[in-house]
Design a protein around this ligand. Structure first.
Ligand code: HEC
Length: 246
């Protein structure tokens, strides 16, 4: 077990939710009020995938056309029954962080957790649901189309180059300390600022539900210290290069 090395990459979009999770509020299964609140939360946040009646996807061992696993039923017909309510609650509330921490203590599992922030550069996805801002802009720029910005465009992001990101993963692995790291950039850009770097036409799209207005990692409640690392590559230089070479 000691040789098993576990990487956990948690993308920055999950951090906002994560940073508000804490254990000040115990779950009380016999509290009608909490059960009611839970139902409301489920309907708002989970039912879109796991279905209102918990039935999830019938063929839950399959994958969708993009190769992603599909939402399993949560009604006991899939495999949630393998886990205690406490464990499920822990996973949902803290992500896999707590689970990994426990495995570290119990079995000396080695891990390094690296939080990514809006990674761009070689290999980025330029279309479809998983496309990145830079991927989309570069694609539009090369096709001579206006760059599309979801309103208001003042959302800020800490765009971090893939090379800087890889450097920190490598550093974490070399150090071998079973710690948490974040790799971002000291400079944050609004989406409008990024688009302007391309010096071309811009088109605004209607605002989207659930938009994040900033990417941030708060130190509020992480029981593990996060080593905050910052990349060297500036987005401005990167975009200038893209423009020059197109
Ligand atoms: C965008 C779709 C989506 C949403 C929204 C979503 N889930 Fe899931 N959920 C999944 C998928 C897909 C899996 C399977 C993941 C895997 O197998 O790697 C999963 C797995 C799970 C599991 C583990 C099931 C098992 O058998 O071990 C639980 C528990 C769960 N989700 C609860 C929730 C809860 C609670 C919410 C709302 C707070 C939620 N999910 C919201 C897609 C979703």
């Amino acid at each position: 077990m000691a040789n098993i090395f576990l990487w956990v990459f948690i993308f920055s979009f999950s951090l906002i939710e994560y940073s508000y999770a804490d254990s000040r509020f115990p779950i009380l299964r016999d509290s009608k009020e909490q059960v009611q609140q839970g139902k409301l939360l489920y309907d708002q946040n989970c039912a879109s995938c796991h279905k209102k009646n918990l039935s999830g996807t019938k063929d839950w061992r399959s994958v969708d056309s993009d190769g992603h696993t599909v939402p399993p039923p949560l009604n006991g017909t899939a495999h949630t029954w393998h886990h205690s309510d406490e464990l499920l609650h822990d996973i949902i509330k803290h992500g896999f962080n707590n689970l990994i921490k426990n495995y570290h203590q119990w079995f000396n599992l080695k891990y390094e957790i690296v939080y990514f922030f809006n990674v761009y550069g070689l290999g980025q996805i330029s279309n479809g649901n998983m496309a990145t801002v830079l991927g989309i802009f570069e694609d539009q720029y090369k096709k001579n189309k206006p760059l599309t910005i979801v309103k208001p465009g003042t959302q800020t992001r800490r765009f971090t180059h893939i090379n800087d990101t890889i450097d920190v993963c490598y550093y974490a692995w070399k150090k071998n300390r079973s710690k948490h790291y974040s790799i971002s950039n000291r400079k944050s850009y609004t989406i409008i600022e990024v688009a302007k770097l391309f010096n071309t036409k811009i088109k605004f799209l209607p605002p989207r539900e659930g938009e994040r207005y900033a990417s941030a990692l708060t130190s509020m409640n992480l029981s593990n210290k996060v080593y905050k690392m910052f990349g060297k590559i500036d987005l401005k230089d990167y975009v200038e290069n893209v423009v020059k070479n197109s």
